[in-house]
Design a protein around this ligand. Structure first.
Ligand SMILES: [Mg+2]
Length: 179
C-alpha cells in the first residue's frame, strides 16, 4: 500500500459466516469456527486487508443475554481464529423493532469502521450469510459475497455480487481478483 492511501477491508458477519449459527449465542463453549476460517483470514490479511467483524446482536437488546456474556463469546471467537486477528469488531445490540441506523441492513457500523480505519469502501468487501448482510454491504457501497453456510443457502434472492460455498471460497474470490 502506498503512503497516504486508504486501506481496504473485508467486513465479516460472525454467526453463520465465521462460526456455526447458534441461535443467540451466549456461551463461549458454543463457538464453533468453520474449518479453514483462520487460514482464509490470514490469506486476506497477507494481501493487506483489514479484517472487521460487523455483527447484529439483538439478543442483548432483547434481554436474552448481557453485554458481558456477549464479550465472552467475542473473546472466544478471537481466540478460535488465531493466529488470524481482527482489526476491529462492531456489534449492534438493537432490537429489530427499535433499530437505529447501526443495525444491519443499515450501513451504520460499516460507515463507523470506514471513519475509524480510513477505509476506501470501493476496495472493500462484505461477506455474510444473510440478505441483511448483502443489503448492508450494498447500502455502504461495498462489494458483497453471500456464503452458503448459516442461512446462506436460502438467501440467494439477496443478489450479492458473488456467492461462495463458505468463507474460504469467498476469500479465494477476493484473492483471485488480484491475479
Ligand atoms: Mg449471520
Amino acid at each position: 500500500m502506498a503512503p497516504n492511501e486508504s486501506a481496504a477491508a473485508v467486513f465479516l458477519d460472525r454467526d453463520g459466516t465465521l462460526m456455526r449459527e447458534v441461535n443467540y449465542c451466549a456461551d463461549p463453549r458454543a463457538v464453533e469456527i468453520f474449518p479453514g476460517v483462520p487460514e482464509a483470514l490470514q490469506r486476506l490479511r497477507a494481501k493487506g486487508y483489514r479484517l472487521i467483524v460487523i455483527s447484529n446482536q439483538a439478543g442483548i437488546g432483547r434481554g436474552y443475554f448481557t453485554e458481558a456474556q456477549y464479550r465472552l463469546v467475542e473473546a472466544e471467537v478471537a481466540r478460535a481464529v488465531l493466529p488470524a486477528t481482527f482489526d476491529a469488531v462492531y456489534f449492534c445490540a438493537d432490537r429489530p423493532d427499535l433499530a437505529t441506523d447501526r443495525r444491519k441492513p443499515a450501513p451504520g457500523m460499516v460507515l463507523e469502521a470506514q471513519r475509524d480505519h480510513d477505509l476506501d469502501l470501493a476496495r472493500c468487501f462484505f461477506i455474510g450469510d444473510k440478505a441483511i448482510d448483502i443489503e448492508c454491504g450494498r447500502n455502504a457501497g461495498v462489494r458483497t459475497i453471500l456464503v452458503r453456510t448459516g442461512y446462506g443457502a436460502r438467501e440467494s434472492h439477496a443478489a450479492p455480487n458473488w456467492m461462495a460455498e463458505d468463507l474460504s471460497a469467498a476469500a479465494e474470490i477476493i484473492l483471485g481478483l488480484h491475479e
